[in-house]
Write a protein that binds this ligand. Structure first.
Ligand code: SF4
Ligand code: SF4
Length: 470
């Protein structure tokens, strides 16, 4: 029985409710009076129910699709302004006891090298990331209680926060590790993590069990209820996502929204971020084997409708996608991207040394190229990490997004962190374009006091001071 407040996975992700939603959406896909009403509601920035959103997902009328795309961009602009936040993944360990059919780290894959970074190697990786200009990381590990216990992850976080190299600093460490216990989530919270990220992969229990034939991750309920345990452990920013291509995308789209509704219903805080990865080629993995692969057009529609349906959430796209695809979805509401990523263990220092990567990267540009590209597209590249450092997490953060106030912080913070990047790391051409973006944007800061303080801090940054934030 569907119950968004239930603690039980199969009740808040209820198969019958998903099937009924899909049938309802298929029956109403050409009901333009209803679609108009849904779009009107979405334009108020209050979000949509999973049923309403699925009607939009089913709609294939080109005029209405254009309306959805336009609204998606408007909502992103209203909530976050035109900044795009940058981050990089850092792979710590690829030991894994699970058997996920779509991931080269699965336990029985004998052709990849297994590796776990020592603390000294972590320092070298992080220095390489800092020297590019990164300030925000997402830690990635496989699941292996013996080779990669929680103590190792906690020690690694401490190491990373402690590295001071030139003007660099990692100011926010997000963590993407396997579903774990309330106690371990509490320890991660105490270690000062930003967001806890865990992808559901697919919400369809039957497909999930087929895709995860062995290992702790094969337990659908334990995995699906992980965000509840994370929140019980005090982590109030969680990042959700599915791996599109594993299962019917419409089913997972509904599941993802029901998960967001569940977290709102139970904790008053929906997902801080939603990621939209698609299956990619990798060692021992051929995307052709996944018959549910989705086209670029459908992918764009998913991004746009998620943006419209969950207006408060940050939306992330990684280097799994090509420059071209990333460019398209940036215009549909994406607010965070990775840049210059290496998906192998130790890959920032020794990119080609060993075959340890989780997937093939589809966008191989340097961070400086990515920054230049964002500037050309009219976005402000941002290395901001202010919110969690100022205690703006969970419901405090959500209140600010839902009242369209967070943009008042995002915009000046983007300018100040961009300024740091331009001075410390940018090539001359990127610096020129970035300085122009800063000059053009300062007059647009609406609050006079904030504007004056931003100008002051930009001058302070020129004078070698760092780390200002609103
Ligand atoms: S997806 Fe995660 S849990 Fe599954 S095999 Fe890969 S690293 Fe292990
Ligand atoms: S102010 Fe908060 S929401 Fe805005 S970019 Fe910075 S950390 Fe993100």
């Amino acid at each position: 029985m569907y119950n968004p407040k239930s603690k039980v996975a199969t009740e808040f992700i209820d198969d019958a409710e998903i099937q009924e939603t899909l049938a309802y959406a298929a029956a109403h896909k050409d009901d333009f009076a209803l679609i108009d009403q849904i779009l009107e509601k979405a334009a108020t920035l209050k979000g949509l129910s999973h049923r309403e959103a699925t009607v939009l997902l089913e709609c294939d009328d080109p005029v209405y699709l254009d309306k959805i795309y336009q609204l998606a961009m408007e909502i992103k602009q209203k909530n976050y302004g035109n900044r795009i936040v940058l981050f990089a993944p850092l792979y710590l360990s690829n030991y894994c006891v699970n058997e996920c059919r779509y991931c080269p780290y699965h336990h029985h894959n004998k052709h990849i090298a297994r590796k776990q970074l020592s603390q000294e190697e972590i320092v070298r990786e992080v220095v390489a990331l800092q020297d590019m200009g990164h300030k925000r990381l997402a830690l990635e590990t496989g699941e292996d209680p013996v080779n990669c216990p929680i103590e190792y992850v906690l020690e690694s976080i401490k190491t990373i926060y402690g590295i001071k190299h030139k003007n660099g600093a990692i100011r926010r460490v997000n963590v993407n590790i396997a579903a774990t216990t309330v106690e371990n989530y509490r320890r991660l919270k105490e270690a000062g993590i930003g967001t806890y990220i865990l992808f559901q992969e697919t919400y369809n229990k039957q497909a999930y069990e087929y895709l995860h034939p062995a290992g702790p991750k094969s337990n659908y309920a334990y995995h699906t209820e992980a965000m509840d345990r994370a929140m019980e452990g005090g982590i109030d920013d969680v990042g959700c996502g599915v791996l599109f291509g594993l299962n019917l995308y419409k089913y997972d789209f509904v599941g993802l929204l029901m998960h967001a509704e569940h977290l709102e219903a139970r904790f008053g805080v929906g997902p801080h971020t939603i990621s939209v990865p698609r299956v990619r080629p990798a060692d021992d993995i051929d995307p052709q084997n996944f018959s549910n692969a989705i086209s670029d057009e459908i992918f764009q529609k998913i991004v746009a409708v998620l943006r419209v349906a969950v207006p408060y959430t940050g939306m992330i796209i990684s280097t799994r996608e090509s420059q071209k695809t990333r460019e398209k979805v940036l215009h549909l509401g994406i607010s965070q991207i990775s840049g210059a990523s290496r998906t192998s263990v130790g890959g920032y220092v020794e990119p080609e040394k060993e075959n340890t990567s989780q997937f093939d990267v589809n966008d191989n540009r340097t961070l400086d190229e990515v920054i230049g590209w964002l500037l050309d597209l009219g976005y402000i590249p941002s290395f901001c990490t202010a919110c969690y450092r100022e205690g703006r997490t969970g419901d405090r953060f959500m209140r600010l997004v839902k009242t369209q106030q967070i943009g008042n912080c995002c915009q000046p913070n983007a300018l100040m962190t961009l300024k740091e990047y331009l001075i410390d790391y940018a090539g001359p051409e990127t610096r020129r374009r970035g300085e122009q973006m800063i000059l053009d944007t300062i007059p647009l800061i609406p609050n006079e006091k904030v504007r004056a303080l931003t100008v002051q801090h930009l001058a302070d940054i020129e004078n070698d001071q760092r780390d200002f934030r609103f």
